[in-house]
Design a binder for this molecule. Structure first.
Ligand SMILES: Nc1ncnc2c1ncn2[C@@H]1O[C@H](COP(=O)(O)OP(=O)(O)OP(=O)(O)O)[C@@H](O)[C@H]1O
Ligand SMILES: O=P(O)(O)OC[C@H]1O[C@](O)(CO)[C@@H](O)[C@@H]1O
Ligand SMILES: [Mg+2]
Length: 494
């Protein structure tokens, strides 16, 4: 099929001179799963068999004859084009080939196949039966991805048989599919939520794959977060085990931005933007009170990206608390000492807390800590409610009789139950098109996403085991601290 050999190491030039003659380091091309890994290919158009069995057909990309595209000589992506996972290098380290202890200077980065249209494809568009499903929590842009998948499949490749699976993974075996076409989805990018509906839990591998086979779907587009991607990986492995001619791709969706490898997930930008209104309101309330605290709780189950970026964009925030950073309330260097100082200086304070932060401070019974949602995600105590109560307790002891107000704002679902903003909408279109091109070319078990601002294909296997967490030792967190001047709660260089 012409893709690079599995995990092939590519060595670049051999320049060992001064830094002006810097040698970029070697990189390893990450192999991408392809249907031809376990199915034979034929030269003809159908490959024989029904929708989901038989050999792989091979045909010219129909975009060749699409009058709206007129592909130029550089339009198609070569199967050997790659995107590097890291583009920051220490020239001395790269040239000496020694290991880096620095945070960003990778001696030998991974390279992922570049996303985009291929000259030859492995699906006959007339034989494609595509299914689209959304799983997990809401995220701005999910409807845009669905819309662009439907319109893109139809207009780029002429695919007509496209279905939406309602209610997440469980919908494969418990609901009727919804026939989708460009007309029925034309304005979905203007809507928040997911028009296909979503649920947590209900992942039954056998039932899901049996239902896919029964309905004859041969392309699966799965929109979801980290849990959804792990489910998609299981489905991919089952397709492979049963030798099914079905491609599966994941479109990474998570408002928390906790999926690794890709630059950011769609919807995140919109959520950060909407969070500004809550912070602004908290600031106004706090500023207008005597010794006023504005407390805002933002989403972020196990990562604090939303809180961090909302803090940086707002500049009204005095302290940002995230799950990646332990903090304490009383004593030297604690939160209360800091708030006391700020109130003396400014008469008001704004605090942003991610929902997963400070959970260890809240007393809970063992059974409470074991509570899970239907997908197995831990259920948290409300850190905002807890902090509000503790603030009052502390103030009454430290400053009895003095005026004090805490205004707690919890915009939880408001930041994700909205339509995508312009930049997320654009991003969703590129994601959907990247996914379609990869699937039509026969790739499977992969995710599309921007890697250093270029779109690449990453094996689901890699996505399922990586996680994007806030690094409290990196420059972004240092930037937060320089904006807020908040305590480091004991985080040191080591
Ligand atoms: N390890 C896993 N293996 C198979 N399926 C999983 C796994 N984890 C979660 N799932 C399934 O994936 C779906 C979505 O999972 P989950 O509710 O954790 O949301 P998510 O995809 O992580 O999205 P988000 O966290 O952004 O809301 C559910 O149907 C769940 O049963
Ligand atoms: O209440 P739900 O729908 O389970 O979603 C809450 C969770 O979903 C997320 O938004 C992730 O999608 C988390 O930030 C949050 O903890
Ligand atoms: Mg998740």
């Amino acid at each position: 099929m012409g893709s690079p050999a599995p995990d092939q190491v590519t060595t670049t030039g051999n320049c060992t001179g001064p830094t002006s003659c810097f040698t970029p380091p070697s990189f390893t091309v990450r192999n991408l799963p392809h249907l031809s890994d376990y199915l034979p290919q034929t030269g003809d158009h159908t490959g024989g068999g029904d929708h989901i069995s038989g050999a792989l057909p091979s045909l010219r990309n129909p975009i060749d004859s699409n009058p709206y595209y007129r592909p130029s000589s550089t339009f198609y992506i070569s199967p050997s084009d790659v995107v590097l996972s890291s583009i920051l290098f220490d020239t001395t380290i790269a040239n000496s080939n020694s290991d880096s202890t620095h945070d960003v200077r990778v001696a030998s980065p991974l390279a992922y196949l570049r996303a985009g249209p291929r000259r030859f494809i492995n699906f006959d568009p007339a034989m494609v039966r595509a299914a689209i499903v959304t799983c997990g929590g809401l995220c701005p842009g999910s409807n845009t991805v669905i819309r662009e998948l439907v319109v893109g499949l139809n207009e780029l490749y002429g695919v007509k048989d496209i279905y939406g699976i309602p209610m997440g993974y469980r919908g494969f075996y418990s609901a009727d599919p919804i026939k989708l076409d460009p007309d029925s989805v034309h304005d979905w990018h203007k809507k928040g939520g997911t028009m296909l509906m979503t649920t947590r839990g209900g992942f039954d591998l056998e039932k899901i794959v049996d239902a896919i086979v029964k309905h004859g779907y041969n392309q699966l587009y799965v929109i979801g977060g980290d849990g959804t991607m792990r489910g998609a990986l299981d489905i991919f492995k089952e397709f492979k085990r049963r030798k099914l001619r079905i491609s599966i791709t994941g479109v990474p969706k998570t408002v928390d931005n906790d999926i690794g490898i890709i630059d950011r997930s769609f919807g995140f930008d919109t959520a950060v933007e909407v969070a500004q209104q809550a912070i602004s309101a908290a600031h106004t309330e706090a500023e207008s009170a005597v010794n006023g605290i504005g407390l805002v709780k933002l989403m972020g189950r196990s990562t604090g990206h939303i809180a961090l970026y909302a803090t940086l964009s707002s500049r009204d925030v005095d302290c940002c608390l995230i799950p990646e950073m332990n903090f304490y309330l009383y004593g030297k260097g604690g939160l209360f000492e800091f708030i006391d100082e700020r109130l003396k200086q400014k008469r008001h304070t704004v605090i942003v807390v991610a929902e997963g932060a400070g959970q260890e401070l809240i007393a809970r019974t063992e059974s409470e800590t074991l509570e899970r949602d239907p997908s197995g995600n831990p259920l948290f105590a409300d850190i905002g409610v807890y902090l509000k109560k503790e603030f009052k307790k502390w103030w009454d002891q430290a400053h009895p009789g003095e005026l004090f107000t805490v205004k707690y704002i919890d915009p939880t679902y408001m930041i994700r139950a909205v339509p995508a903003n312009a930049s997320d909408n654009l991003y969703c279109t590129l994601l959907a098109h990247s996914a379609i091109h990869g699937v039509m070319a026969g790739y499977t078990g992969f995710v599309s996403g921007p890697i250093n601002r270029n779109y690449g294909y990453v094996p689901l296997e890699d996505i399922a085991i990586t996680k994007n967490v806030v690094d409290t030792k990196d420059h972004t967190w240092a930037w937060v601290r320089s904006v807020t001047n908040q305590p480091d709660f004991g985080i040191s260089e080591d």
